[in-house]
Every structure is written in C-alpha cells, then in structure tokens.
Write a protein that binds this ligand. Structure first.
Ligand code: 5GP
Ligand code: ZN
Length: 114
C-alpha cells in the first residue's frame, strides 16, 4: 500500500534489521527499542490493524503466532519470557497503520500495561 512504512520495508524500499522472513511474514528489530529485545512481526499483506482481522485473513495471524516461538528460541528469550503487544487506533497510540505485533523481552517488563 502506498505511503505505508511497513509495506515499504516489505518491498525493500526502506532498510530494516531483519530477524526472520518467509513468504507471508517478516520480523525485524524496532528502530526505537523499548526493551533490550524489541521485535516487530508483520504480515507482508497490508492489514491496517488488529481491528481488521476477520475469518478471511486470520490465517496470517495464526502463522505469526506459530512462528513467534521459533523466533523467540533463536533470540534466546523463550525461558526468560517475552510480551506480545498489538495496538489499534489512537487511544492505543498505534503510530503505523499496518498490523504488527511487538515482541518485547530481555528485562523484567513494567507491571502496568495500561
Ligand atoms: P505502534 O506505535 O504503531 O504500535 O508501533 C510502531 C512501531 O514501529 C514503533 O515502536 C516504532 O518505533 C516502529 N517504527 C516506526 N518506523 C519504523 C521504521 O522505519 N523501522 C523500524 N524498524 N521500526 C519503525
Ligand atoms: Zn502496509
């Protein structure tokens, strides 16, 4: 989709620090990490946010969640733990309107999520 930063990363028009890639999804390091490990996992297909997940596109979300444990193992964070977050809309402060799952790890994360 035009003017979508993450679609440009998928297309290779904007560089990223890639951690994992297959034909459907991409994982790369967040440019402004909020934890020692801060990954973003995205579908290559443009889906605006979690509010746009339907039975027609939910397969990609299942694939993302089936792949995160493999990525976590490679990153060495399976045992210590990690947090998965996705934001939708202004109140959640979604800044990039392309569905993405933050994977945060590498320290004890804040107790307060809201
Ligand atoms: P949101 O606030 O939408 O949930 O998260 C968007 C995330 O994307 C932010 O954590 C931000 O740092 C990250 N981000 C924004 N632009 C870029 C970029 O060009 N490259 C990378 N690697 N991360 C980005
Ligand atoms: Zn996009």
């Amino acid at each position: 989709m035009d003017n979508c930063i993450f679609c440009k990363i998928v297309a290779g028009d904007i560089p990223s620090n890639k951690v994992y890639e297959d034909d459907k999804i991409l994982c790369f390091r967040d440019i402004a990490p909020m934890a020692p490990v801060h990954l973003l996992v995205i579908p290559k297909e443009h889906i605006p946010s979690a509010d746009h997940i339907t039975n027609d596109n939910a397969d990609i979300v299942a694939h993302i969640f089936a792949t995160i444990p493999l990525i976590a193992k490679a990153e060495g964070i399976s045992e210590s733990g990690y947090r998965i977050i996705t934001n939708h809309g202004d109140d959640a402060r979604q800044s990039v309107k392309h569905l993405h799952f933050h994977v945060l790890a590498g320290k004890q994360l804040p107790e307060n999520m809201g």
